[in-house]
Design a protein around this ligand. Sequence first.
Ligand code: ANZ
Ligand code: ZN
Length: 863
Amino acid sequence: MTRYNPREAEPKWQEAWNAHDSFRAVGPDSGKEKYYVLEMFPYPSGRIHVGHSRNYTMGDVVARYKRARGFDVLHPMGWDAFGLPAENAARERGVHPGGWTFDNIDVMRGQLQRLGLALDWSREIATCSPEYYRHQQAIFTRLLERGLVYRKTAKVNWDPVDQTVLANEQVIDGKGWRSGAEVEQRELDQWFFKITEYADELAEALNELDRWPDKVRTMQSNWIGKSLGAEVHWAINDASIREVHGNDITVFTTRPDTLYGASFVALAPDHEIVKALADKNPQIADYVAQCQKMGNTEEEIEKAPKLGVDLGFTVTHPLDDKWEIPVWSANFVLSTYGTGAIFGSPAGDQRDLDFARKYELPVTPVVLPADTQPSEHVIENEAYTGSGTLYNSRELDGLTTEVGIERVVGILEEKSRGKGAISYRLRDWLVSRQRYWGCPIPIIHCDDCGVVPVPDDQLPVELPKDVTFDHPSNPLERHPTWKHTHCPKCGKPARRETDTLDTFVCSSWYFLRFTSPHTTDLPFDPSDAAHWMPVDQYVGGVEHAILHLLYARFFTRALNDAGLVQMDTPEPFSGLFTQGMVTHASYKSEDGRWLAPTEVEEKDGEFFEIANGKAVTQGAIEKMSKSKKNVVDLDTFIADYGADSARWFVLSDSPPERDVEYTDSGVEGVWRFIQRLWTTVDSLPEAAPGPLTIATEAAGPALDVRKAAHKSIEGVTDAIEGFRFNSAVAQIHDLVNALRKATGEDEDILAARSEALGILARLISPFMPHLAEECWARLGGEGLIIDADWPVADATLLVEDSVVMPIQINGKRRSEISVPKGSDQESVKNLALSQESIARALEGLTVRKVIVVPDRIVNIVAG
Ligand code: ANZ
Ligand code: ZN
């Protein structure tokens, strides 16, 4: 008997798959049903560690399984290759971002290949190559033509450390997502994608995505933030203000039913009326300056103390011509939400109430909670935001909140003082970046013609290679010649746009490019895209739950409407799985440096730094990451234990959506299991029949072997289909254990063992494909196991024919009996009472009652 040696076996089988071109996706002509499985493509930042391998392995299990089930599988890989880290590397090490990126790609491609992934490498793409981004530039122009791209001066989040503009989504608690620096506000001309045009569709279609995790759908829904309510017009009683803003101030409200509780109207600090007044009124100017210091993000505004100023004019209540209401500006009103103006109804809204108390504005409760008397309902410093019955509300008195809302909207519409309205939190997507390592925006600025797109036949607008990174600002801006060009329309000297596109643009359509990655005249072939889309199974980290997935959903809609692709439902990913992380203990040296696991040794439960013998503190068990050095490099791992061990390890022990902890003992357990599995296969006598044998004659122990194998087919299949890989792992363990007990060498047991081992090899092949090939070859299987069909369970072998039923006397377990499944109560009762041990236990007692729960338990009540 031999040991299984992955170091020899793995490269051998990888070569065999390559030689057979096993993973090439065929397309419409295959005559098979298509299946598109995709893992979120990696950023080529350096090397792959065991943590990264989990997500690729999960996708690979699905890809290999679907292939075995007869699908034409598309499982491609590429590189999300633009972005800031490459520029930072360039700055720190004096290398070119492109060189750095392509070197990393070479390393990581090799690592993924050694992991034995069933990828169609003929479709590899890198978003930083001109062959890719030229199409992105054409897409930009198409969206511009459709009015989905626009330019506007905007207050933007400026990251003073990275010297760039950040999207709102990249500001976390007022700090830049990468640099962690305090974000400032600046006014700049910026490019936007009009994602808000699709806000409603993006929100509504979430309901159909039933193969997405609920939490991701909820996160997207909250991000889009659809609110139903009304717009209400308040007539301005001041001629000079009307000159600035027109006749009315329009507010957005979700609670028009509280309209009779109004005590003030408030505008955002940067509302145009406030700006105009601040020019003349120092008190107002002072207030505006103070607001700016308090920060602009929603979180900061939420936390800041309420601040306001009376703007010195009034508006008329929309339901009462005689009622004048003062207009204020308040720091908690966002200029970017609704209409940038509110009406304050303090009894029903905490912010309004805090504000009213501070500035001594009236507080009139108008909503009475259920089962409460008006005299009992006193608002002090806590607003009542719930629903109830309207009171203090004239013609609305006695209506419920719900009916009140409808009634008020009706009255407003009748009087032309408002209408039902919907508001979204989603903002348009700011895509300009003042960065070098990104896709150049294909625009030329001409003094005469304005903004002119670069004609398609002049694409790509390529990045210049001769750039320097000795200054933190945009190298494209500083380049001596690149931005000087001629207007494509009139031919006069003109200026090239120096902003590049947010890298999230590149990842918003790469899955479409994979469907025809070598198409030159179009971003992708429409018929290939229509064939392969949507991605049937997408696998990736939950950190992309909002941005990437939302942008991709926007893109497929925009491209569909632009006629670049025809999809019935323009959803890019019909199934989504968000995987958990691989965690590992972290270690810190005495002087506070993070240490890699390889730099640490353990003695009697304590840890020491190998280099100097000094004590090491073990930190938290955290997600593997370079910053904490708690990573295990994939190549090192593969050299020690093989790719199959890595694949098997990351799927064992923990459900795929949860984290799994990397431990040496866990890995050794995997290694031992692989050897045990191999010897189980290798112990089959050479004379046994092949792995596709069907041991129809089996009886007794041979039949038990068959049953165990067929039960595993059913269990492992269900587990893969349901993304419960750890359960598949457990069932394969069970099958190996069952097979190790079957050592007989009679003809019928040999046949059953051959059949079961052939099943085992095919069941493990999505998980440990190299070991599976080795087993298949050893068992005398024909061809490669990658070309073998998925085994089919024989239904007649799945019925459990007997069940074990415990017998209790007065609630205490005394014995058990094995009975045919589904036995009737009377016969079970008789059998139970006739057991010797039971008869003995019942001596001297009277049986009062026997309760039989069929197939489960027998309870005897005696006394
Ligand atoms: C009057 C009112 C009375 C409100 C009441 C609430 C309770 P969501 O649900 O998030 O959409 N609002 C509207 N525009 C705003 C802005 N630009 N900045 C800050 N607040 C704004 O919130 C909608 C509610 O938030 C609106 O309904 C409005 O206050 C406020 F008892 O109008 B409400
Ligand atoms: Zn021109």
